[in-house]
Ligand binder design. Structure first.
Ligand code: A3P
Length: 341
């Protein structure tokens, strides 16, 4: 399929601070990009084949120029609202279990939001024209990103660092994105109606989308290089978190010992990182992390199939058809099911 037909929307005014502080290089670049009305910001720009906000593009340019991967690095990749917070907490707990026992009452996950423990390249490390010296960080380093596989830096692709991708059923990802973005919108902006957001999502116009391109980039790589990219599905993780934690630890080269398994460590990690446990923590009720947004919005329902409460049968049909057409031939399928009553 070619690019979606998108009409430009020249009547929308840009909120000034959306472009404030971005580099001259980025400003020039985005003026040559196709643009479309954004979900939360005035515009999304089509940059390197995906849709993005100006400040994100600026940070990605800096990341692409400066980031040097190490073979021991672990990179957690997702499209927004697919389980990023969850995979960050699980990976952090697994990889640090020898430094901080999971049962420790002072475990970092009890006092910090997972986004503060595992930083995003584009929202933290390389945001606001920063170029941090990451070589001083102890190995193994854990980072996260929403950047599509094709736009990761060459050093990631050519190194032996590991990538974990979490993918979620687009029906649920769409509903989760719609809720989240309406929570974060400025007061001066009206909420985005479900139908309008749905049309944009189906055209691929969503941060880091089209969603199908994002998923396929990592999916194909995981098939070609399974030791490099582990592809997990949110729904499967919900169904059997323990076996996924085990699989994740194996992939990361840190398998659980027989002794650890006997002690119930896998179950402890699953509990520590569970939706309910994280949601109820003070830091996640009242703290702020990514871009200074309230953490509480990161924990909404954490269920599979909440879309049944929002999407009409024709919407479900339309999006399922897109999933089938775009992903089916590559063997990427989702159970269209709901555990929500
Ligand atoms: P819902 O909006 O459907 O509830 P991300 O972390 O990528 O922003 O994804 C957010 C989604 O993951 C939200 O989904 C959120 O509730 C859910 N979530 C957050 N923490 C979770 C956890 N520990 N376990 C399972 N789901 C979680």
């Amino acid at each position: 399929m070619g690019s979606p037909q998108i009409t430009e929307n020249p009547t929308i005014a840009v909120d000034e601070d959306e472009e404030n502080g971005i580099s001259a290089e980025c400003k020039e670049l985005i003026h040559g990009c196709r643009k479309e009305k954004g979900w939360r910001t005035s515009f999304l720009y089509e940059f390197q084949g995906f849709w993005c906000q100006p400040k994100e593009i600026d940070a990605i340019l800096s990341f692409q120029k400066h980031y040097l991967a190490r073979d021991s690095d672990v990179i957690l990749a997702t499209i927004p609202k697919s389980g990023t917070t969850w995979i960050k907490s699980l990976t952090f707990a697994i990889m640090n279990r020898n430094n901080v026992p999971v049962s420790d009452g002072n475990h970092p996950l009890l006092a910090s939001n997972p986004h503060d423990l595992v930083p995003f390249f584009e929202y933290k490390l390389y945001a606001n024209n920063q170029n941090p010296n990451l070589s001083i960080l102890p190995k193994p380093r854990i980072f996260a990103t929403h950047i599509p596989f094709g736009s990761l830096s060459e050093s990631i692709k050519s190194s032996d660092c590991r990538i974990v991708y979490v993918c979620r059923n687009p029906l649920d990802t769409f509903i989760s994105s719609w809720h989240y973005i309406n929570q974060l919108r400025r007061e001066s902006r009206p909420p985005i109606p479900l139908e309008e957001a749905f049309d944009m999502y189906c055209k691929g116009v969503i941060g880091y989308g089209p969603f199908w391109e994002h998923m396929l980039g990592y999916w194909k790589e995981s098939q070609e290089r399974p030791n490099k990219v582990l592809f997990m599905k949110y729904e499967d993780m919900k169904e059997d978190a323990m076996s996924h934690v085990k699989m994740l630890a194996n992939f990361l080269g840190l398998p659980f010992s027989v002794e650890e398994e006997k002690q119930g460590l896998i179950e402890e990690i699953v509990k520590l990182c569970s939706f309910k446990k994280l949601k109820d923590l003070e830091v996640n009720q009242n703290g702020k992390s990514i871009k200074n947004f309230d953490n509480k919005h990161l924990f909404r329902k954490g269920e599979v199939g909440d879309w049944v409460n929002y999407l009409s049968p024709s919407m479900v049909h339309q999006l399922s058809k897109i999933m089938d057409e775009k992903l089916g031939d590559f063997g990427l399928k989702f159970k269209v099911c709901s555990t929500v009553s």
